[in-house]
Unconditional design. Structure first.
Length: 390
């Protein structure tokens, strides 16, 4: 899972450290990082936020608090799912979790996946039955249609989970063997799209990926395609459903498949011409697919044709950990967070504006999301709501 790319840095950052106004810097860490005039609230946390993208649902925003490690290197407390009031930042509840690849809401239930799917009442935090898959653990993200959760497993199954019950509505074997690891799932309209790696059956080369589309109500497989083979790194990001297509990324190849029948419609080579850097993220909005390239660029592709509409240099961000495209902007997170205009790629902002430093602890932007007006950002100093640069 992609979290391991930043785990060492954030584990060090989550050691105990004083917070509040920074000596010699003026203002809080959030003031320095985002500009005091734009900060709506800042909730300091001596442990800090982890890498789960904040989840917005009604009056709440949900963050992942990091594993609490003491200055002596001892584990003090587990990671937590933290619910804050979206308007004020006041903590509503928190509950321990192992970690969270992401969180999603179905009805009145929020679930955060990492090996299993712990579930909570989204308003009160009351624990509900944890969903565990008996043969193996869950893998990848969790998606929702507002009624059910959809997850993948380490042995190539796609599952629909009833929220709050810890039971499955359906279970579909996509691999036909025990060697396929789920990387991502997406849901739209009446379908669920899934991507997996290591298709270990006679139907495809031994080291490859799977793209599959299933009926959302029944789990029946509508089509399934094998991707790659040999040393191909396969698919490592959740798919994107856009404009009648399922779009996947793996081995720096961005590929679009017809949602109805699995026919490949276009392919884009994102290897670039320079050093082969890795990166994570795939997003869609404004009729475009947004993806990282191997030479530390971000490219926007026409969703219908795969043609590049714009391409921008993002070397100052380092290898990307996530991309989100919504409300007319792209949020690109690497070692920093950049906000780009979705239609042109023009940079609207980059954070931190100034690196806060208390002399003992590195400031790091762990995750971010947005609504129409504000950014909600998880940092190693706490949680921030800030004006979005529209």
């Amino acid at each position: 899972m992609k979290k391991y790319a930043v785990a060492s840095l954030l584990a060090l950052a989550a050691c105990e450290s004083p917070l509040g106004p920074l000596a010699g810097g003026g203002g809080t860490a959030a003031d320095q990082a985002f500009g005091a005039v734009h900060v709506r609230w800042f909730i300091p946390d001596p442990v800090g936020g982890w890498t789960m993208t904040p989840e917005l649902a009604g009056p709440y925003v949900y963050f992942e608090r990091g594993l609490h490690i003491s200055s002596a290197g001892m584990v003090v407390d587990r990671a937590k799912l933290v619910a804050l009031d979206r308007q004020t930042g006041a903590e509503i509840w928190s509950q321990p979790i192992v970690s969270g690849e992401n969180a999603a809401v179905a009805g009145n239930v929020i679930g955060a996946v990492w090996g299993s799917l712990p579930m909570f009442d989204r308003a009160t935090g009351a624990p509900l039955p944890v969903f565990r898959y008996g043969p193996t653990s869950l893998s990848g993200n969790v998606a929702t249609d507002g009624e059910r959760f959809y997850v993948l497993t380490h042995n190539g199954h796609a599952l629909a989970v009833n929220p709050g019950q810890g039971t499955t509505a359906w279970d579909a074997d996509l691999a036909g063997s025990g060697s396929a690891t789920g990387f991502g799932v997406a849901v739209a309209d009446d379908v669920v799209a899934a991507t997996l790696k290591h298709f270990g059956s006679t139907a495809a080369p031994g080291d490859s990926g799977i793209v599959a589309v299933l009926d959302r109500a029944s789990g029946a497989v509508r089509w399934r395609a094998a991707v790659g083979g040999g040393q191909d790194p396969g698919i490592t990001d959740p798919p994107v459903i856009a404009g009648g297509l399922v779009v996947t990324r793996g081995g720096h190849q961005v590929r679009a498949w017809d949602l109805r029948n699995g026919v490949e419609r276009w392919r884009f080579d994102a290897r670039g011409s320079g050093v082969n850097y890795g990166g994570s993220g795939l997003a869609s909005c404004e009729g475009m697919i947004i993806a990282p390239t191997a030479d530390l660029e971000i490219v926007a592709l026409d969703a219908a044709t795969g043609a590049a509409r714009w391409r921008v240099n993002a070397q100052d961000l380092g290898s990307l950990s996530s991309l989100d495209c919504s409300y007319g902007t792209v949020l690109a997170r690497g070692s920093r967070l950049a906000v780009l205009d979705a239609r042109s790629g023009a940079r609207r902002a980059r954070y931190p504006i100034r690196d806060p430093d208390d002399g003992r602890r590195e400031f790091y932007i762990a995750a971010a999301t947005r609504d129409a007006e504000f950014l909600y950002v998880s940092t190693t100093y706490g949680y921030v709501k800030v004006d979005a640069p529209n």
